[in-house]
Write a protein that binds this ligand. Structure first.
Ligand code: UD1
Length: 417
């Protein structure tokens, strides 16, 4: 297994191009199954999760051609109604295939994804929503067996789950009647999905608010679409720059998708300049402690919680993070503590007391964003080398992170295992 080796102390300086959003491209790929013609996606990031979704779609019979940063998905040959356990267990987002399969075939057998490091992550909201759309659902041998074409209905979500919103939105797009999805997620990735579907001929309004209305249509055509920039990758690079006392500009991104995050960095004392699709972060006067609570969009993203915690480890004062989205998302704490951080966790809160520096150590990545947090801590460390193991987690969601950090001046390399 590969490892990433980091020696800290170099301030990161320069510009980095932000890649397409992982959390957008995965549902967009799944949604291509709804079309009667090939679809083309541009700005597709080269990530392990994208390869996982490629495998799920190929298994169903979709022809996927991923060349450079563009991907052509031809769903005309799709015929299988099953997404097997071996594929779904590797990536929870494979479960997004259920909605499009139901809309297209009127039946589907999709493995339940199971838990993961950051929480039990049930899919009850997805399943309740499908039932409200008239689909019969039963669980057999670890699989969701779903039957019936979705019919228009009013569906209220108990919580604005991102995945459930996307799954139900895709399911309701084809077929009879008008569907109102109430108390839905408002993430930019949902807006991107609705835009993609509308360009295929769907009739969706309200994406980006908590009420989405879908007027079912008979068929969808092929389309071309540019995936939005990854706001989490943007935040990760900006934090890495600030954590090393550097000057990093994230290019080809969208500050409107990161309002609360940018506000928080400013509250910490950072100077953030937004100009068109660029965001530059510096901290000429140093940084101070702040409190952060994660929440559904437009709240502070849970996917940036571990990274900002690494930064908080070395700012003056005591910061408190309250994790309100996942029940077990402080996996990075034990490893950050081994690098000299002073962090106390109680329930869903972490108290971070700033220390003057961190030191390098061998550490183990536990999930995608925790891995990014450990790399940032390694970049901060004033002595020693940090060896991050299990980096397959980071390859799931960041494209060639070590090369891009090195281009900003970091002393970082991958050791092939
Ligand atoms: C998506 C993102 C993930 C991000 C998360 C929250 C993708 C591929 N992944 O994950 O990076 O961290 O949003 O912003 O887009 N829940 C239930 N029942 C359900 C569904 C969710 O209880 O049926 C709970 C989850 O356990 C979790 C919370 O709701 O505690 C949020 O989950 P959800 O918004 O569904 O996240 P995902 O779509 O899995």
């Amino acid at each position: 297994m590969d490892q990433i080796l980091v020696r800290g102390g170099n301030p990161l300086r320069g510009s980095v191009n932000i890649r397409g959003a992982k959390n957008s491209v995965l549902p967009l790929m799944a949604a291509s199954l709804l079309a009667e013609e090939p679809c083309v996606l541009h700005n597709v990031p080269c990530l392990h999760d994208v390869f996982s979704m490629d495998k799920v779609l190929t298994e169903i019979g979709v022809r996927v051609d991923f060349t450079g940063q563009s991907m052509t998905l031809d769903p005309t040959t799709a015929e299988s109604r099953e997404a097997p356990y071996e594929l779904v267990r590797k990536m929870r987002a494979s479960f997004f295939i259920l909605g499009p399969m139901l809309a297209r075939f009127g039946e589907a057998r999709v493995s339940l994804p199971g838990g993961c490091a950051i929480g039990s992550r049930p899919v009850d909201i997805h399943l309740k929503g499908f039932e409200a759309l008239g689909v019969s659902i039963c669980i057999e041998d670890g699989y969701v067996v779903a039957k019936g074409r979705p019919k228009g209905a009013n569906v209220g979500l108990d919580y604005p789950s991102v995945g459930a919103t996307e799954n139900l939105l895709m399911a309701a797009t084809l077929g009879d009647g008008v569907t109102r999805l109430i108390n839905v997620a408002r993430e930019p990735e949902i807006v991107d999905l609705a835009k993609f579907l509308n360009s295929m001929g769907a009739q969706i309004s309200g994406a980006g608010t908590d009420l989405i209305t879908i007027v079912g249509v008979d068929s969808l055509s092929g389309t071309e679409h540019e995936v939005i920039a990854d706001r989490i990758e943007t935040g990760t690079f900006l934090i890495a720059g600030l954590a090393t006392g550097g000057d990093v500009t994230a290019c080809n991104t969208n500050a409107e998708h990161l309002e609360q995050f940018v506000d928080k960095l400013r509250e910490m004392g950072a100077e953030i300049e937004v100009s068109g699709s660029k965001i530059r972060a510096t901290a000429p006067n140093g940084l101070k402690a702040v409190d952060v609570s994660t929440g559904p969009y437009p709240g502070f993203p849970t996917d940036l919680q571990a990274q900002i915690m690494a930064l908080m480890c070395v700012v003056q004062g005591t910061s408190i993070i309250k994790e309100c989205v996942f029940e077990n998302r402080f996996m990075q704490v034990a490893e950050l503590s081994r690098m000299g951080a002073d962090i106390e966790v109680e329930g869903n809160s972490a108290v971070i007391r700033g220390v003057s520096s961190l030191s390098g150590a061998p550490v183990m990545a536990s999930d995608l964003r925790a891995s990014a947090s450990l790399i940032i801590a390694g970049l901060i460390a004033s002595r020693g080398e940090t060896m991050v193991s299990r980096v397959y987690h980071i390859d799931r969601g960041y494209e060639r992170i070590e090369e891009r950090l090195a281009s900003l001046g970091a002393d970082i390399r991958r050791k092939r295992g």
